[in-house]
Ligand binder design. Sequence first.
Ligand code: HEM
Length: 547
Amino acid sequence: FSVNLLASIGFGPALGMAAVPNAVIQKYEGSFFSFIKGVLGGDLQTLAGGPLFLLLNKYFLEYGPIFNLAFGPKAFLVISDPVMSRHILRTATTDQYCKGMLAEILEPIMGKGLIPADPATWRVRRRAIVPGFHKKWLNRMVTLFNERAEILSNDLKMKEGKVVDMEERFCSVTLDIIGKAVFNYDFGSVTNESPIVKAVYRVLREAEHRSSSFIPYWNLPYADQWMGGQVEFRRDMTMLDDILADLINEAVSTRREASVEELEERDNADDPSLLRFLVDMRGEDLSSMTLRDDLMTMLIAGHETTAAMLTWTLFELARGDPGLFREVQHEVRTVLKGKDQPDYHDLISMKKLRYSLIEGLRLYPEPPLLIRRARTEDTLPQGSSKMGEGIKVLRGTDIFISTWNLHRSPDLWENPEKFDPTRWDRPFKNPSVKGWEGYDPDKVTGLYPNEVATDFAFLPFGGGQRKCVGDQFAVMEAAVTLSVLLKNFDFIFEGSPDDVGMKTGATIHTMNGLKMRPKVVSDDDEIPPSDGWWEKQHLKRGLSASG
Ligand code: HEM
């Protein structure tokens, strides 16, 4: 079954971009019924015949790092180039690009929270929220991560030898962590199923479905009163909003106002949450809507993203070269031998573990696309594309920056499809990519190689002013959780790694779960020998590079 979507849906608006190839989704390769379902449901994934970012990867390899994608009534400029991405994310001012259609989709859920916020709102809220992520708080969070990893570990010990869906376990532990960290609420989802936890997941699925739809079905008149999923969505949102309202009221009623400096020193042992910090901050806007939007945004932004990083890293470690798995386990068990819990310094010592997690984010970026809309006319720098100088972007143009394509570009990475955490120890550069500085390991400061060290070839947490506020939090959370698991367990795939599959929404999920059997190891067991696998990889690359 094959159909020209432009013809069948009717039109494709001109974006007015000059000298950019057009990729038009013309051939639909599914069944007649799934095509009708896709059109009626307004579902981009169905129309794309699978995850949209995979289709964009195909076009990227065919048309290069910038092309115009016409998709029925929608059109996007798709960018997979570090120099242009750097321009949009960092060089341009916050007023020049906004979140565009992402904001329209997320607004009913996140309101004016930081992710969808328009530039004016964003400026005020970002200034209020960032101080909450101060150093002492992050250290306090390491204790929380440990407590929660321990609960997960004990639960897995009880399930030893049985089949466990590790993706589901990671989603539960990260939900419990974000609930406590952001508003001191214990979802308890690692050990219990509750209607609230179910409501959170249904809201997340609805948000993901909306973000892959080109028809805003949720805006149909009274949709929340007659349309199946929308009635339930409204009920779920009301339930979550009620919980948040109670937590906010409680925090406001026990407010102890102080300056940011005083708050950084305050020991809120009972309630170290961001909500407590924001409510106590002198001069903070205490309107419950503002707080609600911020909390809801962080609940959604900080939950499945971290779970996905853990899921895909464990997947790649377990299915890859056994030498690498042994090497990372050896590092973890050596650093944590005789210790109850990893602390910040241990996380710094476990570089192979951190680089594995970051390599997981390279291959599976969350989200795989960043979305922007030009608010004013702009000219993009030439970048690595073979296009002419300066591509004009008209006001109103919708843009996808494909992190998936950037992270897997053959122009930017050696063996881009290979899970190879050792790559982060070696510099790389490609002189044919004009204006791109390449990656310099000496520029890595802190916990992970970021967008600056890679000159915007790697955007795990975005870049520029709207970069993720939770990057340090997430990397530490994932490093604590995975280290506790690798210290206590071996993991054996149930079935073949090929059964895991992949599907997408805002984050990349498995199709069938990450089914594994945990096998307990004790601290007294011999640490598996490291046969110098990591160093040998460098040697191999060095030798092959010099011929
Ligand atoms: C923004 C990824 C964890 C809160 C972003 C952006 C990315 C990202 C790519 C930029 C979006 C854009 O430019 O359009 C991730 C990943 C995570 C993670 C991969 C975990 C592995 C977290 C956590 C929190 C959080 C734990 C909160 C505790 C936010 C917020 C923003 C954001 C509030 C919006 C920032 C702004 O616009 O000023 N995240 N994130 N994220 N993230 Fe994260």
